[in-house]
Design a binder for this molecule. Structure first.
Ligand code: UDP
Length: 239
C-alpha cells in the first residue's frame, strides 16, 4: 500500500519515561495506547518489531543506590520495573489485535516467557511483536545496552532509539538554544564527543557489529513509518 520498507526487522528502544507523559512517575495509559497504535501500523505492513523498554519511570538502580540501597538489589528492582512497562504495552497491543509476546531476561514464568533467542526469532517470523523485558538480566547494565544486544542477537537491520528531542545535538537543546543538530554521526564521533545518544557500552556494541542506529522524536506521530521507508528523520549514527 504505497510503503516500500527499507528495513525488514527493527529493534525499537523506548525509555520508561516515554510511558509516563506529563506525570513524574508511572504509566499514562493514553500514551501507551498511542505508542501501541504506531506499532500496530508497522506490524500491519509486515515489519518485524522487537522492543526494549526502560524502567526509569518507576525505578532506576543508580538512583536507589544513591539513596543508600545495595546496587545489585536496586538494579534488580529496575529490571523488574521494565517488566511492568512491558506488560502494559503488551496489553495495549493485544487490545488492538496485535499478537505480542513479552520475553524476560529474568525468569518470571507466571508472568511472561523467558528470553530464548531462537524462540524470539520464531515469534518475529510469525509476525508477533516481541517485547524484551528485564534488560540484559544483569545488574550494572542499562536498557540501552540491552537494546543493542538484542538487536544484534536477532539480526535487526536498524536500532531505533525514541527520545524527547528530534535527534542528537551538541548540547541539550531544551537548555542551550545554540545547541547544534547533527543529522549524521559516526560511532566514534558519538564516543569522542561524549554525546548523549545511548550509553557508551551500547554505542560500542553497535560500532563493533556495524549496526546502524537512528535517534528520533517519539512525539512526532508518523515518524516511525518515515524511518522505515528510509527517510532522513532525526539522526543516523553509522560508519
Ligand atoms: N537494569 C539493569 N540491567 C539491565 C537493564 C536495566 O540492572 O540490563 C536496571 C537498572 O537499574 C536501570 C533500570 O533497570 O536503572 C531501568 O533501566 P534504564 O535506566 O535503562 O531505563 P530507562 O532510562 O531507559 O527508562
Amino acid at each position: 500500500e504505497g510503503i516500500e520498507p527499507k528495513y525488514r526487522r527493527i529493534l525499537l528502544k523506548f525509555s520508561g519515561e516515554a510511558l509516563m507523559g506529563e506525570a513524574n512517575y508511572g504509566i499514562d495509559p493514553k500514551l501507551v495506547q498511542q505508542i501501541a497504535q504506531e506499532l500496530q501500523e508497522l506490524n500491519r505492513i509486515g515489519i518485524e518489531i522487537g522492543l526494549v523498554i526502560g524502567g526509569g519511570n518507576i525505578f532506576r538502580g543508580a538512583g536507589l543506590a544513591a539513596a543508600g540501597m545495595d546496587r545489585v538489589t536496586a538494579d534488580h528492582m529496575g529490571m523488574l520495573a521494565t517488566v511492568m512497562n512491558a506488560l502494559a504495552l503488551q496489553d495495549a497491543l493485544e487490545r488492538l489485535g496485535v499478537f505480542c509476546r513479552v520475553m524476560s531476561a529474568i525468569r518470571i514464568n507466571e508472568v511472561c516467557e523467558d528470553y530464548l533467542r531462537r524462540r524470539a526469532i520464531r515469534h518475529l517470523e510469525k509476525g508477533r511483536l516481541v517485547i524484551f523485558a528485564a534488560g540484559t538480566g544483569n545488574p550494572f547494565f542499562t536498557t540501552d545496552t540491552a537494546a543493542s544486544l538484542r538487536a544484534i542477537e536477532i539480526g535487526a537491520d536498524l536500532l531505533i532509539k525514541a527520545t524527547k528531542v528530534d535527534g542528537v545535538y551538541s548540547a541539550d537543546p531544551m537548555v542551550d538554544p545554540n545547541a547544534q543538530f547533527f543529522p549524521r554521526l559516526s560511532y566514534d564521533q558519538v564516543i569522542a564527543r561524549n554525546l548523549a545518544v545511548m550509553d557508551a557500552t551500547a554505542i560500542i556494541m553497535c560500532r563493533d557489529h556495524s549496526l546502524p542506529l537512528r535517534v528520533f522524536d517519539m512525539h512526532k506521530v508518523g515518524s516511525l513509518t518515515h524511518i522505515i521507508k528510509g527517510e532522513d528523520v532525526g539522526t543516523l549514527v553509522s560508519r
